[in-house]
Design a protein around this ligand. Structure first.
Ligand code: NAD
Length: 434
């Protein structure tokens, strides 16, 4: 059993800390956010993530998962320290490492004995080396430490499963001793033969960005193909499915939609482009992915205007606010872009999301937040499906028709078959399926 501190108790820190405690380690999750830690200490969750509450409660009850705001004490008490603070975009697209260096400063000042300092946050290539120098300059004389990169690949909405069944665990370190400690930390995964990739710090850091950039590019390609399909009446789903039959392509991440969002893809593609620029390499591909993605988001309101040309004073129902289903996270959600545009057109917005209304309310308190789908579509001139929640896959169309002002549907997630919905008397537009 290892003594672990996880600094930053957000989506990644909380899931990782809980998962590591479930593997049998003794874990303290630390955060500067007092409210978050108070909620966790009451046995509740500050975020919405399926399956997480049960796991938190189980491990807290077994006395191997703790929550605290005393970061210095947590550091002194642990042998292994994971850093999982946010690394959002700065105004020029680089990763903002303020929180990371603040935390590292506290770690450096509280070094006692030998510590393993592990970056789980997504950090630019070269950050691990910078952290080493930063700590050496501040740590008490005679202290010993290793910096290790261990990027996280979990998906919000499936985070618990992903942490417990990762496709791979990446460990960036050149020290065999540190590699062995990581094998022990992840012993449960090592025993079930999860692939472990041991490499140097820089390679581990780049693997994380490379993976997200690849996925964001794949989504962007299928969105562009969907836009071309739209123009000709080709069916993008048949195109995607058939592309996916080619073993070199694979069918995953070929679902067209309103553009990618969330807390990772946009900021990580921006950061990778900035990482390239800082060594004199201009990535035209990554910049194009970001640009196309912005256009894709814009196209959704353009689609709406094809059904409702004059939006002023109209009522539009938005189904889904989270950037994807099974999460309350609205960071860079395509819904944000749609809301801004609709507000500019003086639209009355009614919104419903099974989990993300509180988060969206913090940004847009002036929308009408509804109790359910049918409450939101009352008197609406159009419905826009923005998130692929399962709740939206089985709508009662005859009820919808009686409640709405006009039977218009924009399905940005292609949850429905256009022919079926049109046969029920709706004007319907999806993405890539005229
Ligand atoms: P988050 O914003 O949900 O959580 C970050 C936490 O860090 C917050 O609770 C915040 O209060 C805390 N924090 C900030 N400054 C602190 C400080 N000085 N001391 C202690 N705590 C502090 O972020 P997240 O979504 O969990 O992402 C964390 C990192 O993991 C990012 O680098 C992200 O790119 C990466 N990542 C995220 C995901 C994801 O799906 N969210 C997946 C893989 C990797």
């Amino acid at each position: 059993m290892k003594k672990i501190a996880v600094i930053g108790t957000g989506y990644v820190g909380l899931v990782s800390g809980t998962g590591l405690s479930d593997f049998g380690n003794s874990v303290t999750c630390l955060d500067i956010d007092e409210e978050k830690i108070a909620i966790l200490n009451k046995g509740k969750l500050p975020i919405w993530e399926p399956g997480l509450l049960e796991l938190v409660q189980k491990n807290a009850k077994m006395n191997r998962l703790h929550f605290s705001t005393d970061i210095a004490a947590g550091i002194r008490d642990a042998e292994i320290i994971f850093i999982a603070v946010g690394t959002p975009s700065t105004h020029n697209g680089e990763a903002d490492l303020n929180a990371l260096f603040k935390v590292t400063e506290v770690i450096a000042k509280n070094l006692n004995g030998h510590k393993y300092i592990i970056t789980k946050s997504t950090v630019p290539v070269g950050t691990g080396q910078k952290l080493k120098e930063f700590i050496v300059a501040r740590a008490p004389k005679g202290s010993h430490f290793e910096v290790i990169s261990n990027p996280e690949f979990l998906r919000e909405g499936n985070a618990v499963y992903d942490f417990m069944h990762p496709d791979r665990v990446v460990v960036g370190t050149e020290s065999e001793e540190a590699a062995e400690v990581m094998r022990q930390v992840y012993r449960s995964l090592y025993l079930i033969e999860t692939p472990f990739v041991f490499t140097n710090l820089e390679t581990a850091e780049l693997i994380k960005y490379a993976s997200n950039a690849f996925l964001a590019t794949k989504i962007t390609l299928i969105n562009e193909l969907a836009n071309i399909a739209d123009g000709y009446g080709a069916d993008i789903h048949t195109v995607a499915k058939t592309m996916g039959l080619d073993g070199r392509i694979s069918p995953k991440f070929l679902h067209p939609g309103p553009g990618f969002g969330g807390s990772c893809f946009p900021k990580d593609v921006r950061a990778l482009s900035a990482i390239g620029r800082s060594v004199g390499y201009e990535s035209k591909l990554l910049d194009a992915v970001l640009e196309v993605n912005e256009h894709q988001k814009d196209r959704m309101v353009e689609k709406l205007k094809r059904l409702v040309p004059d939006l002023k004073n109209k009522t539009i129902a938005l189904l889904g606010l989270a950037f994807k289903q099974k999460t309350d996270d609205v960071r860079e959600s395509p819904a944000l872009n749609v809301i801004e545009k609709l507000k500019n057109e003086r639209v009355k917005i009614k919104a419903f999301d099974p989990a993300a209304m509180d988060e969206m309310h913090k940004i847009h308190p002036d929308l009408e937040y509804c109790n359910d789908v049918y409450d939101s579509v009352k008197n609406a001139d159009a419905v826009m499906i923005l998130t692929e929640w399962n709740e939206f896959r089985e709508l009662d169309f005859s009820k919808l028709k009686t409640l709405m002002n006009s039977a218009n549907i924009i399905d940005t997630r292609n949850l429905y078959d256009p022919k079926t919905v049109k046969s029920l008397g709706f004007n319907y537009l999806g993405v890539g399926r005229r």
